[in-house]
Design a protein around this ligand. Structure first.
Ligand code: UD1
Length: 362
């Protein structure tokens, strides 16, 4: 019996863990799947609601690290995860995405000689001021199996001198969850319950430190949203980090006409994404989900680690430049946005390919 550990940690991880847990469960006579939640995200809306809606088995272990500075959080995860690994001695650890827990989990396992697979390997923003970029670089340089979501990621890893036999193009795991949850998302009737009409509102999320931790940047974006709100209702699902900053910088007043929501559970969020006129975001996941759904996406960043959403999908980068955001929005209003297409292997079968890969390896 093989033991495989799935590391779950923060909101964007859960939709990537869910299809893997389900697929591994199909082989439960050969594989024991252990879910470790590091506790990086702990609010009901940032964590528990995803386990419930996506039917992820309850974590076998919760390391309960909570929030902290990068070093504190990373260090705590490594210390606690190492203890767990020494006890359980798994055959493989699977990490996903680019959060602090991804890197910390990889470091702890690799140093104990335990094999690590990184799902969503090879993505680069080339912006080392982003904490996630550091997490991606460290994780990919030491993990044993680099499972990529798009072909550009393979090319990037080869450029970085990673051995070709470590790299496997498996597709985009997030899309597995999106495809599975579409019906449940429709059934929430969430936009209707908020009193919104399809394609008549703009969906917003913001949580990158570069956008929300800096007062001027946050103020600029909130003002642009205020302008947009005059023609289409702005529905803003506010991350806890952003909520704190809006209060700290006293920007709640200028945000008061927007429809501010607390973090929204997965199905409700997908319902909003499927039916919005466009998204304005700095999230990686929403850039991908809108590309899959063919919904226009304005990304208020100067770079993206998911270039395929720009080259093939419906995404455009504007930074937080007021003119560029407004010009992009005008184009959407005028119906002149690019159509985009769904990238190869964003087909709902990525978890199947990953599990098949490891089964045939042994
Ligand atoms: C983390 C990830 C980021 C990901 C994002 C999605 C890193 C470096 N960043 O950023 O890549 O896109 O998750 O949400 O790993 N908080 C709560 N409740 C929670 C979790 C956080 O209130 O359940 C608040 C705390 O004040 C905390 C702050 O949010 O200090 C930031 O949380 P943290 O996990 O450090 O980073 P995120 O901004 O969520």
């Amino acid at each position: 019996m093989k033991k495989i550990v799935l590391v779950a940690a923060a909101r964007p991880n859960f939709m990537k863990i869910a299809p893997l847990a389900r697929e591994l469960h199909k082989h439960k006579d050969q594989v024991q799947c252990i879910i470790v939640h590091t506790g990086q995200h702990y609010d009901v809306n940032m964590s528990d609601s995803f386990f419930t809606q996506l039917e992820i088995p309850a974590p076998d272990v919760n390391l309960e690290v909570g929030s902290g500075s990068h070093a504190e959080q990373t260090g705590q995860i490594m210390i606690k995860f190492e203890k767990f690994l020494l006890q359980e001695k798994p055959d493989l650890v699977i990490v996903v995405g680019d959060v602090n827990s991804t890197m910390a989990g990889t470091l702890a396992a690799v140093k104990l000689g335990i094999k690590v697979a990184h799902v969503e390997a090879g993505l680069r923003s080339f912006d080392r001021t982003m904490p996630e970029e550091i997490n991606r670089l460290v994780t990919d340089s030491i993990a044993d199996y680099l499972l990529t979501p798009s072909k550009d990621a393979n090319e990037q890893l080869l450029k970085e001198g990673i051995a070709e036999d470590k790299i496997v193009f498996v597709g985009n795991i997030m899309i597995d969850t999106l495809v599975r949850q579409m019906d449940a998302a429709r059934q929430t009737l969430y936009y209707e319950r908020l009193g919104l009409k399809p394609r008549e509102y703009v969906l917003v999320t913001l949580h990158r430190p570069s956008n929300v931790d800096d007062k001027d940047n946050l103020e600029t974006i909130i003002k642009v949203l205020g302008t947009i709100n005059k023609s289409k209702k702005v529905v803003f699902a506010v991350h806890p980090r952003t909520r704190k900053k809006l209060a700290e910088y006293k920007l709640e007043g200028i945000a008061k006409d927007l429809l501010l929501l607390d973090p929204v559970p997965y199905n409700e969020m997908l319902n909003l994404t499927m039916n919005c006129l466009c998204a304005i975001t700095d999230s990686g996941g929403i850039q991908e989900e809108t590309t899959y759904l063919g919904v226009p996406c304005i990304t208020v960043r100067n770079n993206t680690e998911r270039p395929v959403t720009v080259t093939e999908g419906t995404n455009v980068l504007t930074g937080n430049n007021t003119d560029m955001v407004l010009k992009a929005f005008e184009k959407i209003l005028a119906g002149k946005w690019k159509k985009g297409k769904i990238p190869y292997y964003w087909d709902g079968k990525t978890a199947e390919r990953i599990v098949a890969y490891f089964r045939h390896k042994n």
